[in-house]
Write a protein of this length. Sequence first.
Length: 174
Amino acid sequence: MATVPTPRTWTVGELLTAAKLNTDLRNGLNFLLSGKPLAILGKTGNQTIPNSAWTTITWNSETVDRDAGHDNATNNSRYTAQTAGYYRVVAALLWNSGFTAKIRQTMVVKNASLAMFQGTGFGDADGSFASSTSLGTVFLAVSDYLEVQGMQATGSSWDVVPSSTRFELEWVSS
């Protein structure tokens, strides 16, 4: 769990020391620059999504996970908050090509029951590309978790492909 620094209130006449500067200034800057929770999750293979059914996306690749909120083996569909606060979230699914003008959707769900935000995408006219992205900011208490779900309406099962499919979370404020 990342420790969010507590700002110091200085008093008149207080002696400035290197230890106080390190604790009060350096540690706060280090947290903001390289210590705040950040996760970028991805996939290494396709995942088949049935027609017209919301399906939880699994993540088996981590570019970064500073706060150990994700595990590639256990509950690999989840990011579990280790540090409370507001998180900026992006969930992007790249769908296999081939169907044109069919709906693809992405939804971020909190604690398996509360839909936080949802995005919709459509295929290109030539069927070569389709994506859907969901983004927003959400408050997470310690142990709250987020999952990404995908849904498509092509008439048959369809794949989410690993290229550009990602789940990103960044702590922005307490």
